[in-house]
Ligand binder design. Structure first.
Ligand code: HEM
Length: 437
């Protein structure tokens, strides 16, 4: 096949830019209509190529990682720090992932069942029949406490209380403008000042945890303990600043994201009573009420979770910067371009998912999708490190919710960018109908 160049990239109009941040699903549908599989674009004085089909994503994930730099390195360095996995490349990136992987590896997850189950149970005890709630408030609290326990080893006490407040502050300070417009990462911009203050408080809090841990060393099963015990190939330990940068990355990457999937699952189930009943029946028959670990293997629960994150992907895209030219789908893309794989666009591609706007878990039982077709966690050498943990947590927590409560969605909601991740604009308004016997 002879290779051709893509049409020249033009900067987005103000309307397109607004749409990119506020209604990205319409933006990607429009780009697909106009350009097909690959759409050229220009943002912040850099050329971009948006990849809108699974075939394109497959090419991006199959390419040699040495041909890529990290996306938006300067911006993410200010957000998370220079030692964050988001900004590292090459051997440093591989080395850091190797240190991290054992704690969140699928083979370790079974021991987290009770933790996730008990935390979920505690927050569900606050629900009352007949009350209207925002599901995202509950799911954020669940996901935050799971991170407190699994990452920081905290269960109760003043450090935990302080940590909860700091995580809430970081969540509320997160804003797409400060993430994606590096020029606004300045002290004169109030949202950046707010984020910077929250990040400093987070750093001080982590320093105190590290100090306590060093005073009372011992066996632990949490991420921070593993980081303290980890050694690089030359035998040296991780420095405190490296630990801090990784922890804030995990926090930003893992807290709101998992909470949003769980809230969207409640949204869709609360709008589709027949699907909710089918799921409740599967769970009741499985014995998950007495053994929560059973839930993670249930096919319909898995299909409901997959369909939720297909319809509402939490990261709308994943991106790489080309350091070498690349041939993709018959076109040559020059070095220096940013390749943006549109997770949202591919998940809503009608050729792959007929009636893409419809919530239909059965599609995941009727056929299997490849890693380039269903890609909520990105792919290849940068695929999300927390994917297995997040899927595990979502299944255990959702099983606990639907086993014990009936609920219905009471208003429309829609996906918007909160910061790096997307989430429900209105927090998923739900009415708690009653406790199930
Ligand atoms: C529903 C929940 C989550 C979603 C949708 C999600 C999605 C993603 C995506 C799309 C990427 C970029 C992948 C790429 O560039 O190919 C990513 C990276 C990452 N995620 Fe997640 N994530 C979730 C939960 C978590 C959790 C729970 C953690 C940690 C415990 C985590 C830690 C990370 C880290 C450290 C990276 C950077 C990996 C690297 O660059 O090597 N994520 N995630």
């Amino acid at each position: 096949m002879s290779l051709t160049s893509l049409p020249p990239a033009a900067p987005p109009t103000l309307l397109e830019l607004w749409q990119h941040f506020n209604e990205p699903q319409f933006r990607y549908a429009d780009l697909r209509k106009r350009f097909g599989a690959l759409a050229p674009g220009r943002f912040d004085q850099q050329d971009h190529v948006m990849v809108l089909t699974a075939e394109g994503a497959r090419d991006v994930f199959a390419a040699d990682p040495a041909g890529y730099d990290a996306f938006f390195k300067d911006g993410f360095t200010s957000i998370a720090g220079p030692a964050s996995l988001w900004t590292l490349t090459g051997a440093e990136h591989r080395r850091e992932r190797q240190l991290f992987t054992p704690v969140v590896h699928a083979s370790h997850l079974a021991k987290y069942t009770k933790i996730v189950h008990d935390i979920t149970h505690t927050y569900l005890e606050e629900w009352q029949a007949g009350k209207n709630i925002k599901a995202f408030d509950t799911t954020r609290a669940i996901s935050r406490d799971v991170i407190m326990r699994l990452v920081f080893g905290l269960e109760e006490g003043p450090l935990m209380e302080e940590g909860r407040k700091i995580m809430d502050e970081l969540s509320h300070a997160s804003n797409p403008l400060i993430v994606f417009v590096a020029q606004l990462q300045r002290s004169w911009f109030p949202p950046w000042r707010r984020y910077f203050r929250a990040k400093q408080r987070f750093g001080d809090w982590v320093n105190r945890i590290l100090m306590e841990r060093r005073l009372q060393p011992g066996e632990t099963d949490d991420v921070i303990g593993n980081m303290l015990a980890a050694r690089y190939e030359d035998g040296s330990p991780m420095q405190d600043n490296e630990i801090r940068d990784e922890l804030i990355t995990v926090l930003i990457g893992g807290h709101e994201t998992t909470a949003a999937v769980l809230a969207w699952a409640m949204y869709e189930l609360g709008r589709h009573p027949a699907i909710l009943v089918k799921l409740q029946d599967e769970l009741a028959d499985s014995g998950a009420a007495s053994d929560p670990a059973v839930a993670v293997k249930l096919p319909y629960l898995g299909a409901v979770c997959d369909e939720t994150i297909r319809l509402h992907p939490i990261l709308a895209e994943c991106a790489r910067v080309l350091t070498k030219p690349m041939d993709i789908l018959g076109h040559t893309v020059a070095a220096g371009n940013v390749l943006i794989v549109s997770i949202l666009g591919i998940h809503h591609d009608p050729a792959l998912y007929p009636e893409p706007e419809r919530f239909r878990p059965e599609r995941f039982l009727e056929r299997s999708y490849s890693r380039a077709e269903f890609l909520p966690f990105g792919g290849a050498h940068r695929r999300c490190l927390g994917a297995a943990l997040s899927e595990y947590e979502t299944r255990i927590a959702l099983a606990e919710i639907v086993l014990h409560w009936d609920f219905e969605t009471i208003g429309r909601d829609r996906d918007v960018r909160h910061g790096v991740p997307m989430g429900p604009k209105y927090g998923v308004p739900v009415r708690i109908k009653g406790r199930r016997s």
